[in-house]
Ligand binder design. Structure first.
Ligand SMILES: Cc1cc2nc3c(=O)[nH]c(=O)nc-3n(C[C@H](O)[C@H](O)[C@H](O)COP(=O)(O)O)c2cc1C
Length: 147
């Protein structure tokens, strides 16, 4: 069993549903899960955690507003995060050149802090993926042995 911190970046609420679907699946798999809609690094950066970032992209490749304080904290932190594992789900729209750029950027930022990526980033395209909640759950189940 792992201790999961789900960190949500959302402007319009859609990504929140995907995060909640992931929470449901992870609990069913027997993990301990906390979901953060206003993530604060000081509550999240404890030892031996697995982070699941679920974020949309807004503006022109920008982070959702609710994620900005966490990004600032993470960028400047000196906390040892080497025991942290993580994975990222991005929600976006492929009509934008900056498709899922916020998710791609946070994936790199967390890696740069010495955390271990468990699974390659998963992106969902709102123009193609009809049911990202169900697809995210299927993705977790497929990868359950790595969690
Ligand atoms: C003003 C605006 C800007 C957006 N910019 C991007 C973008 O740069 N890249 C991208 O992949 N999607 C972009 N999107 C699409 C959103 O990421 C997509 O609609 C997503 O489902 C919104 O998730 P949310 O409801 O959690 O905020 C944009 C949407 C809006 C409304």
């Amino acid at each position: 069993m792992s201790s999961f911190q789900i960190i949500v970046g959302s402007m319009l609420g859609g990504t929140e549903y995907v995060a909640e679907a992931c929470e449901e699946s992870l609990v069913e798999l027997g993990h301990d899960v906390t979901l953060h809609l206003s993530p604060d690094l000081s509550n999240i950066a404890t030892q031996n955690q697995t982070w699941l970032i679920c974020t949309s992209t807004h503006g022109a490749g920008d982070y959702p507003d609710n994620l900005l304080p966490f990004i600032d904290q993470l960028t400047s932190t000196t906390i040892d995060l080497s025991s942290t594992k993580y994975m990222v789900i991005g929600i976006g729209d492929s009509n934008y050149d900056t498709f899922c750029l916020a998710a791609k950027n946070i994936d790199k930022l967390i890696e740069s802090k010495g955390c271990e990526r468990l699974i390659t980033i998963k992106t969902f395209d709102m123009t193609l993926d009809i049911d990202p909640e169900e697809e995210a759950q299927a993705w977790l189940l497929t990868n359950k042995d790595q969690l």
